[in-house]
Write a protein that binds this ligand. Structure first.
Ligand code: NDP
Length: 332
């Protein structure tokens, strides 16, 4: 396992990390989660991603039990949580000071931890002044309940605003962003955030490297029993991500991408994850797996990285046909 600095911080995060959305709590109980997290830890993964909203807190509760049972050294672990959706009450959503302070406390209780390493604002909150959120995140850090803070799916403009407010007030700015990044969603990581990697020292922990499983090619012949998009509770996700013209286009492109992976003699998930790793602006690719066999397969992605030659990248670009373009240079 290789370790990358999380942005311009001194923190080293495994280039592959392990997440818990849907998989822990909905698809695995404590025993299943233990097997998955142990597989990940034994392979050198040090970063375990979580959020208060995952299985309505159950993912954190289970992760807490697994950490207790495994007894891994706390200093060998990077544990995250994400705050935004904490419940249904008028103050249970968003990024107000009350929400962040109470959300962090509840997450720590469920995780049975004194602190999380990373705390994320799970989405931007259009109703809370950014200064309130920046000050609340600093408060949580100053209380020793988190070590670094960041955002998920914030725009570059929102990130810059938070960073400026922090610097003007001698506060800690956000360090990391958690965006979706895979063959089908590239613009933010490759173009929008590009100036921020230098300007703010921004690190990225990217999600859904397999577009929720589409990039395994398992959906090319329908929806397999037990797969993510077959889950009744997540039918909204299937409707949004699979049962749309864009979803069908992804499935079609995935078929062609598989041919490239086949030619290389690797699996498509390995090729897709390696492609994310190839981007040096990615600090860690968060893997999702409902079975240890999937995780074992995906963990080999780093070995595939050197096989992504210019020729292979060209073949991929031709299929995905979505290379994002930056600002046009009108002087040329
Ligand atoms: P992926 O896109 O990699 O999807 C993972 C799912 O794909 C697995 O749970 C499994 O689903 C299927 N899969 C994975 N590998 C294989 C394989 N080798 N063969 C067959 N099927 C496979 O990642 P996720 O969408 O799970 O995201 C990863 C993590 O990122 C999350 O756990 C979470 O921590 C984070 N995240 C953050 C978000 C944010 O807003 N900040 C949003 C989403 C995720 P199945 O077996 O059920 O079909």
């Amino acid at each position: 396992m290789e370790y990358r600095f999380l942005g311009k911080s001194g923190l080293k995060v495994s280039e592959l990390s392990f997440g818990s959305w849907i998989t822990i709590g909905d698809q695995s109980d404590t025993n299943g989660a233990y097997n998955l997290m142990k597989e990940a830890f034994d392979a050198g993964i040090n970063f375990f991603d979580n959020a208060e909203v995952y299985s309505a807190g159950k993912a954190e509760t289970i992760a807490g039990k697994v950490l207790k049972k495994a007894g891994w050294k706390r200093s060998d672990l990077i544990i995250s949580t994400k705050i935004f959706w904490g419940g249904e009450g008028p103050n249970d959503k968003g990024l107000s000071r009350k929400r962040i302070v109470e959300g962090a406390d509840s997450a720590l209780q469920r995780l049975q931890l004194e602190y999380v390493d990373l705390i994320f604002c799970h989405r931007p909150d259009l109703y809370t002044p950014v200064e309130e959120t920046v000050r609340a995140m600093n408060h949580v850090i100053n209380q020793g309940k988190a070590l670094y803070w960041g955002t998920s799916e914030w725009s570059a403009t929102q990130l810059r605003e938070a960073s400026h407010i922090a610097r003007e007030n001698n506060l800690i700015p956000p360090l990391m962003e958690q965006p979706e990044y895979n063959f089908f969603r590239r613009h933010r990581v490759e173009i929008e955030y590009k100036p921020l990697y230098e300007e703010m020292g921004l690190g990225t922990t990217t999600w859904s490297p397999l577009a929720g499983g589409i990039l395994t090619n398992k959906y090319s012949g329908g929806i397999p029993e037990g797969s993510r998009f077959s889950l009744e509770k997540y039918s909204w996700l299937r409707e949004k991500r699979l049962d749309t013209p864009e979803g069908r286009d992804k499935v079609e492109k995935t078929r062609k991408l598989k041919e490239v992976a086949d030619e290389m003699g690797v699996t498509l998930p390995q090729m897709a994850i390696a492609w994310c790793l190839k981007n040096p602006d990615v600090s860690s690719v968060i893997l999702g797996a409902s079975k240890t066999s999937q995780l074992k397969e995906n963990l080999k992605a780093a070995e595939v990285l050197p096989m992504l030659t210019e020729d292979v990248i060209k073949q991929i670009e031709k299929i995905v046909d979505n290379k994002p373009e930056g600002e046009k240079d009108w002087r040329l």
